[in-house]
Every structure is written in structure tokens, then in C-alpha cells.
Design a protein around this ligand. Structure first.
Ligand code: BQZ
Ligand code: CA
Length: 684
């Protein structure tokens, strides 16, 4: 330990003897966390779990006429041979009803696809692309519309499951006889390849890790259409939610295995990750549409997957829409185009566009329906806690130690004026200060579940001085205490952020000004590609991050919240060789998380989540900034948009709205022509 740190440690220890830390003496104590009003515009659809999506054989199945013609021409097997033995039946009675085939949905994405190997962590352009291209054991996003009696995840590749009597094993039945979009069989082997050779292989940068399923969890194949989980704990019901979006989403093993270094001597982990570049189309999927054409920075085209395993309640194979277009542009442009009517869907998530969008929405020929959801988006700054990942110098080491010091985190969090931050983005009642962590306004939340430390500039400056940081050279920035490796240097901290979102940029810039007043010099580190890649490299000091799915429905991303696996949370990563060095409060967080993972009763899980959040906010695990409500915009051409669809709850609005069930009445289909009408992926 360096001299200055041990001095500090001694100072803190002696004060602790009086029952208070340095910062508690200098800084204002906690206040009730702000809780926001909802802008929610309408009551939502409510439907029973076993009705919304259920495995069931129906007497007859139908498909678009032009597809039947391709079958008759011998280009494609008959529908009954393309569907699984028992398809997944999707309800339409809770929306407007069975739809008409044909038509297009035009999306816009501000990201770019890295490739199609999602099992190896490839990003596929977000904006709802991942939820189309990769399908998972279960589906979380539409859970928002379930009646409270059963809010378990919905079936997807696993159609139903049962627990053993003692609750230690969970048997899952997969879609039997289902096929990938190239006609090859889907089976338990696809799932086992994901689990064994991707999730359990630390060299593959996949999304999910076994740690998310509890310690000692095993997965085995029972037969081609059955898998079995074995858990150390009894009835770990929350693990079901970890089997959805991005985690238990198998890729086609018949294509991936031969590219994986374990099965191919010429392959490397890098070649495996890079093997499926975005131009390799048509890509093979289990989803409702698949990518058939990719033009860099222009458009990504998707056509209906004739092997898709869902039908509506009258036996019509889904999806209704024949085509999906993804214009490759910016996130801001997604909102602008949807407001203008040249795109069909946007998550209104950029506060600086709220007022103008709402003004336009008052005009009579506004093209889109606006559905306001709960206060669900928030931004925080995450300090990097890792001592083992991405530490390249004495400087990095010193910064991490500083980040790990609660007194310092109190200084930072109380040096931020959240009211001013919010008003600089959009005036009015939209934005409120955010304590960090999880949302008090969400389903599981409660107003008293966060510890909020108020803005206190003089207190923050005094507390920083107590830590030994004073401006010895009079340039306005405090200097590191003498004696340490950085002794005498200014306190410079890098702040990484995503330039793809105007909000993130604006927040980062405001923070520079605010923390300069405290005496801390933030150096902006703009990032114009996927922030996740930088975050995973651990080569950053602080990062501005929008918390979305992590904070709104934590039950589906429990592993993102605490160090339960070597690669999580993003702000405290270990490496495959060296696990994280946990702070004492993190050890408590992990043990609460283990309880949450294995708690079968959801009300008790919620209490534990609240306790978890109290602990993490009390310890300023992140520097919460602001939270805002958000809306989805969907073009009025579409029917079956569920009333009350939230921007983000158990998943993003794109999947929460169940796009495979949206349709455009025949008379309105001509307004937006299909670019590849009459074609199916890979069929000539
Ligand atoms: C929604 C979402 C659907 C990721 C992404 C993007 C990544 C993050 C986050 C959002 C985009 C849209 O969010 O902003 O409205 O369409 O795609 O996937 O921010 O950079 O890593 O977590 O979901
Ligand atoms: Ca100075």
C-alpha cells in the first residue's frame, strides 16, 4: 500500500472509532431518494401466461399464398413439415385479432452489426435486431403484459418445463422437430454447444456465464428435445429469467461447431468470433425473419423465415409481416424519421428530443401512435473497481484504489448537481435526480429502497481535502497527496462515454464542469463505436452509462448487478485467471444476490432486491445521475400494437410489442412497398 493511502486509512480508522467516517463529518447526510411521477398514458393489456403463448397442436395451419406456390413449385417442404410437432400458439384475442399477411416494418438503428455469431458475443446492431435474429430458451420482453398470477418468462425455444419434487432439477422441453431457417433440425445439441463450448469456455466472449445460474449448476441433454438443469439450491425460480435475451440463446451448432477451435485445429478464438461477418447472408436463425441482405451504413433487409415455429390462434404461421428493414443511421435519426413518418418505430429515449416530438404529436396528421411508459430510463457514472482487469500502470492502480474508497465516492456523488444536469437536457418535469442502482418506480420497487446523498459542494470539497487532496499548485485542480506514485500530480480522471447518444455526450460534458468545481479534472474519452467493447477491456476509469434493462427488471439480469461471475458487473470485472477482489459490501451484495437467485417467492425476491439496492446505494456503488420517463412511437399503419407497451421493462419495446403479431391491413400495405417481395431466405 502506498504511503498516502495508509495515512488515509489510518485517518479513516481513527474516525471510525467514533462511529463516523471522514465524509460523514463533512458531508450532508442522506435524504429520501426522489421518486418520479409516471407519465404513463394508458392502462395496458393484461393476459394470462398460458394464453399468451402456449404449445398446442391446431387442426389446420396456413401460410401466405405466395409461399404455398413456392411449396407447390417444389422449392420448399410443406408447412406441416416445416413447423415443429407442436407449434407455439400466440394469442391475438387480447389485441385486435388475427392479421393479414404482407407488408413491412421500417426500423432505424444507430449501431452496426459486428457479425452473426452472437454465441461469441457479436453485437447485431441492437434496436431490436438481436431479438429477431437470436431466439432463446425463454422470452422475457412480453412478460410486462401478464396477469400477476403468473409472471414467469414465456416459452420460446423451450415450450414448457417442470421442477422435480425437491426443486433441485428443472426439466425443459424444447420445440420438438423445429428447424433452423436453412431447414436443418434444431435440437438439444444446439443448446449444449452453447453451454459447454461457449458459456463454459472463458475464451469465448459470450454474454451469459454459468455463474448467472447459481454456483454448481449443471446442464445436461436428456434427449434431442429435452434438457435438464441441476441446481445446488432448491427452486431457484429467478434463474428462469436468465435463460432469455442474450444469455441462453443458442446459435446453429451445425454451422458454428466446425468454426470453433475445440473442433477445428485451424481455428482460433478470434477467427471463431469473426467468422460470421454481417455480409454472410442469408444468416441462419430460429427467429421470425432473417437477414437476407446487408449494405454497410445503408440498410439491412430481413425476410420471413418459412420455418418459424409460431402460429396465431387460428393456425396462421407467423409473422404476418413479410419484411423488416433496418436503415443504418443514428439513434437520433430513428426518432426524427419516426416522427416524420419515414420510419415506423422508435423508442423516445433522448430527452433533448421530447419537447419537439410532443409538439409534432399534437398535429392532426402525425404518423405515429405515442405510448408513454413508466419512468424507466436512467443514466449513471460507473467507477471502475477492478484491480485485476485492464490495470496497465501505477496510475491505473491508484485510480482504481481511489474508486474503491467510499469516502471518495461520497465526494463525487455529492459534488454532482442533478437538478442542473436534468434541466440542461430538457426543461420541465421530465427529469428527476437518480440515486443510482435500481428503479424505485418499477414493479418490485419501493420509495425507501435507495439511499440518496444530496448535492453538497462545500462539503464535497472539504471531504476531498480530508482525503489529502489539495490544490498545491493553484490551478484549480486538487493534487494527489505527496508520497504516492502520483504524488503532486493533478487529479485527472478519464470519463468514457458513448457518442452515439446526444444525452450521454451532454451529461459527460456537464459533469466536466461540475466536478471541476470540486477540484477534479475529468478528461473526456469519447467512444463512437460499441461502448461494451471498451467496457469489457476494463481500460477506463469512469464510464457514463444508460442503465436500461439492468435496472428496470433486474430479475432478468441479476448477473449484471453483482460480482457473481468473473465478467460481471461491467464496472467490476475479474479475468478468467483472476477473480475480482471484492470490497466488504460487495461480499454482502453477492450473498444477497445468491439469496435472490434461489428465492422462489417473488414477493420475497422483491424485498431482497430492495435490501440489495439499499446496500449498494448506501455504498455509492455507482454515481446515479438522472431518470426520465420514455415513450414508444409506432406508425399508425400497424394493428395489434398492445396498449401500454413500455419502452423497456422485461425487455425493450421492440420485443415487448411482439412484432411477429403486428400487421398492416391490406389496403394500407401499398404505402410502403416491400423491397424483396415474393422472396424467401435462401430459396431460389
Ligand atoms: C433499444 C435497444 C434494443 C444496449 C442498446 C444500445 C447498446 C447497449 C442497449 C434502445 C438500443 C436502443 O439500446 O437505444 O432504444 O432499441 O437498442 O436492443 O444502447 O449500446 O449496450 O444495452 O440495449
Ligand atoms: Ca492543481
Amino acid at each position: 500500500m502506498t504511503t498516502w493511502l495508509s495515512t488515509t486509512a489510518i485517518a479513516v480508522l481513527s474516525l471510525a472509532a467514533f462511529g463516523m467516517g471522514a465524509s460523514a463529518q463533512e458531508l450532508k447526510g442522506p435524504e429520501p431518494a426522489p421518486v418520479g411521477k409516471s407519465l404513463q398514458s394508458e392502462g395496458g393489456v393484461r393476459i394470462e401466461h398460458n394464453k399468451l403463448a402456449r404449445p398446442e397442436k391446431l387442426p389446420n395451419y396456413r401460410e401466405p399464398e405466395w409461399v404455398t406456390k413456392l411449396v407447390e413449385a417444389g422449392k420448399l417442404p410443406a408447412l406441416k413439415d416445416r413447423l415443429p410437432e407442436t407449434p407455439l400458439v400466440i394469442d391475438t384475442t387480447s389485441v385486435e385479432g388475427a392479421g393479414t399477411y404482407g407488408g413491412v416494418i421500417r426500423h432505424v438503428s444507430g449501431a452496426r452489426p459486428q457479425g452473426w455469431n452472437w454465441a461469441a458475443g457479436n453485437i447485431m446492431a441492437w434496436g431490436g435486431v438481436e431479438e429477431i435474429v437470436s431466439q432463446c430458451l425463454v422470452r422475457n420482453a412480453p412478460v410486462w403484459m401478464l396477469t400477476p398470477d403468473n409472471t414467469e418468462p414465456l416459452p420460446q425455444l423451450a415450450t414448457n418445463w417442470e421442477w422435480s419434487k425437491d426443486g433441485h432439477s428443472l426439466t425443459m422441453h424444447l420445440l420438438k422437430g423445429a428447424k433452423w431457417s436453412d431447414g436443418q433440425p434444431f435440437s438439444a445439441d444446439d443448446v449444449m454447444f452453447l453451454w459447454e463450448d461457449n458459456m463454459n469456455d472463458p475464451n469465448v466472449a459470450t454474454w451469459g456465464r454459468p455463474g448467472a445460474y447459481g454456483e454448481g449448476t449443471k446442464l445436461e441433454k436428456v434427449d434431442d428435445a429435452t434438457i435438464r438443469w441441476t441446481f445446488t439450491q432448491a427452486f431457484p425460480a429467478a434463474t428462469l429469467y436468465q435463460m432469455g435475451y442474450q444469455k441462453m440463446c443458442p446459435g446453429p451448432a451445425h454451422i458454428l461447431k466446425p468454426l470453433h477451435p475445440k473442433y477445428n485445429k485451424e481455428a482460433t478464438y478470434q477467427s471463431y468470433a469473426d467468422a460470421l461477418s454481417p455480409d454472410k447472408t442469408p444468416w441462419v436463425t430460429m427467429g421470425p425473419w432473417t437477414v437476407t441482405e446487408y449494405r454497410p451504413n445503408q440498410i439491412m433487409l430481413m425476410r420471413r423465415n418459412p420455418y418459424f415455429y409460431e402460429v396465431d390462434d387460428q393456425g396462421n404461421q407467423l409473422p404476418y409481416l413479410d419484411e423488416v428493414q433496418y436503415k443504418l443511421s443514428t439513434w437520433e435519426d430513428r426518432t426524427i424519421q419516426t416522427v416524420a413518418g419515414s420510419a415506423d418505430y422508435a423508442n423516445l429515449e433522448d430527452p433533448s428530443l421530447y419537447l419537439e416530438s410532443m409538439r409534432q404529436a399534437q398535429t392532426p396528421d402525425f404518423p405515429a401512435k405515442v405510448i408513454w411508459g413508466p419512468r424507466s430510463l436512467d443514466w449513471s457514472v460507473f467507477p471502475n473497481y477492478s484491480t485485476v482487469c485492464g490495470v496497465r500502470s501505477e496510475r491505473d492502480k491508484a485510480i482504481r484504489e481511489l474508486n474503491r474508497n467510499l469516502d471518495f465516492r461520497r465526494v463525487v456523488t455529492q459534488g454532482i448537481d442533478r437538478q442542473a444536469l436534468g434541466q440542461s437536457l430538457v426543461r420541465g418535469p421530465f427529469i428527476i435526480p437518480f440515486a443510482g442502482g435500481l428503479h424505485p418506480e418499477s414493479d418490485f420497487g419501493s420509495p425507501d429502497m435507495a439511499v440518496f446523498y444530496p448535492y453538497d459542494l462545500p462539503g464535497a470539497k472539504a471531504a476531498l481535502a480530508k482525503l489529502g487532496f489539495t490544490d498545491t499548485d493553484g490551478d484549480g485542480i486538487v493534487n494527489w497527496p505527496a508520497g504516492g506514485p502520483l504524488g503532486g500530480q493533478n487529479l485527472d480522471i478519464n470519463l468514457a462515454y458513448n457518442t452515439l447518444y446526444p444525452t450521454d455526450t451532454s451529461l459527460a460534458q456537464s459533469l466536466v464542469t461540475m466536478l471541476r468545481e470540486v477540484g477534479i479534472n475529468l478528461m473526456l474519452q469519447p467512444n463512437n463505436t460499441e461502448l461494451v467493447n471498451l467496457i469489457d477491456s476494463c481500460q477506463w476509469d469512469w464510464v457514463v452509462r444508460r442503465g436500461d434493462r439492468y435496472v428496470q427488471a433486474p430479475v432478468m439480469n441479476l448477473d449484471y448487478l453483482a460480482p457473481v461471475a468473473f465478467n460481471r458487473p461491467e464496472w467490476h470485472r475479474g479475468t478468467p485467471e483472476k477473480p475480482q477482489e471484492l470490497l466488504p459490501f460487495e461480499t454482502e451484495l453477492v450473498s444477497t444476490m445468491r439469496q435472490i437467485q434461489s428465492e422462489p417467492v417473488s414477493a420475497k425476491r422483491n424485498e431482497l432486491l430492495q435490501a440489495f439496492n439499499r446496500k449498494q446505494t448506501e455504498n455509492v456503488y455507482q454515481f446515479g445521475l438522472i431518470s426520465v420517463p420514455a415513450a414508444i412511437l409506432v406508425n399508425k399503419r400497424f394493428r395489434n400494437v398492445p396498449a401500454g407497451t413500455p419502452v423497456v421493462a422485461y425487455g425493450w419495446g421492440e420485443d415487448g410489442a411482439m412484432r411477429e403479431r403486428l400487421f398492416v391491413p391490406a389496403a394500407e400495405q401499398g404505402k410502403v412497398p416491400e423491397l424483396a417481395a415474393g422472396t424467401l431466405p435462401g430459396i431460389r
